[in-house]
Design a protein around this ligand. Sequence first.
Ligand SMILES: Cc1ncc(COP(=O)(O)O)c(C=O)c1O
Length: 502
Amino acid sequence: MALRKFTLFPYCQLNAVSCLLNRQLPKGVRCVSTVLVPGEPSGPCVKTTIPGPKSLQMIADLDKIQFAGSIFYFTDIKNSLGNYIVDADGNSILDLLTQISSLPLGYNHPDLLKVLQDPDNHIAFINRPALAIFPTQGWPEKLTSSLLSVAPKGHTQVTTMACGACSNENAFKSTFMWYRNKQRGGAPITDEEHSSCLVNKGPGSTPFTIMSFKGSFHGQTLACLTTTHSRSVFKLDFPALDWPIASFPRYKYPLEDHIKENEAEDRRCLAEVEEQFEIYNKAGKFVAGVVVEPIQAEGGDVHASPEFFRELQRITKKNGAALILDEVQTGGGATGKYWCHEHFNLPDPVDIVTFSKKMLTGGFYSLPEFRPQQGLKIFNTWMGDPTKVLLLEKVLQVVKRDNLLKMVELSGKKLMDGLKDLSRRFPQHMQNVRGIGTFCAFDSGSQQKRDETFFRLQQHGIQPGPCGEQTIRLRPSLVFQPKHADIFLDILEKVLKEIQTP
Ligand SMILES: Cc1ncc(COP(=O)(O)O)c(C=O)c1O
């Protein structure tokens, strides 16, 4: 990509936070909320190209040991704070990607540092237990005060895991066990089932399937990859299972001008879901579950309507299958609610909800009927990590204390208003603005235009995220405030002007 010359903006010289912003905050958001992370820089400060010379050297060093082709730059994590990531060359960058959407409170939040300083917590950091065999005393209380305190409607069961993919993988296994137990109807498991599964044959190994959607991303272990359809780079050369795939809605924007077309798009996709159930069930490859992201994230921030999800739940139930909502990226507060599906007003609790990223620990919530009937079925050595749950407990306290879900709403509104305004003024470079809370995105018109916008934003001290073919996604942490949105929108406008004026 040939890039034209650009100048760096003097954000380094911006003054400290203006108290004027407080006047924009409604009652209920703490007055101190303009300083959520004390000591945070007042704006980005860029001294070198990004990646700078030190990062480039480190990338070369690492590449001698392992493939380093996906690295943006090396970080100086110690000096990063709040919404600002500092790179190895000393550039301070406003981070709207936050370690692929996985930092709830930004960098080095003082309350999280206190968790590490508490001597009562030290033993948890040096003695990692095998939780399914030797949980530390107090573990049920910790789960209750953290994960279960924000459980989706109807969920009393939670299982911890290490990452997003293994959460989904084990959600699929829970679904298959539940489906098989329904089929058995209480009959005992036969010797043939026990022996045949050892050599990957039926009846012990089942022909069950999980339905997924075009464009989805559910992780990169083998079963998750079978349900992933966002980019070929993830899938090429790997074996995949013959599981059903349906279309996910692709709406026309602005939504308010395309109501009829988008309703028809919902109907088209839901008809495919029905059809896939019929084809696979008839062939004996019973569809035990449907896995879906509330917003397809890696696939390009593709949204579907609440009506689509309500109807999907009805069809899934009608076919005796489980609905698995993959909230690995959408969960944890970025949409202004802990769970994005809470925006959909679903008539029934979802069967399984998987999480990771902003929740700090992986895992899944499930309805009681999805409990395994034996030990070792949903099992691995660590089954998550109690230190992550300690940190999560504190995160949830801070979110409540600082009213951060309200802050997400405010910052999200500011972002969406600003993005819509820019897309009206720069329609060749910004289209299809969409978002809930701060979980926002826009398209650039082509991959080449997206890459140029992305690169230029980086050079001006903004770290956005790319996704899909031509999309820029925003994934700030929950301490992202309207003042940060202002800085981002200001720089985005300047970047768009640069691109427009050769
Ligand atoms: C929706 C979704 N599901 C699953 C995953 C996989 O999570 P992990 O990378 O922790 O395995 C991701 C990761 O980006 C994701 O966005």
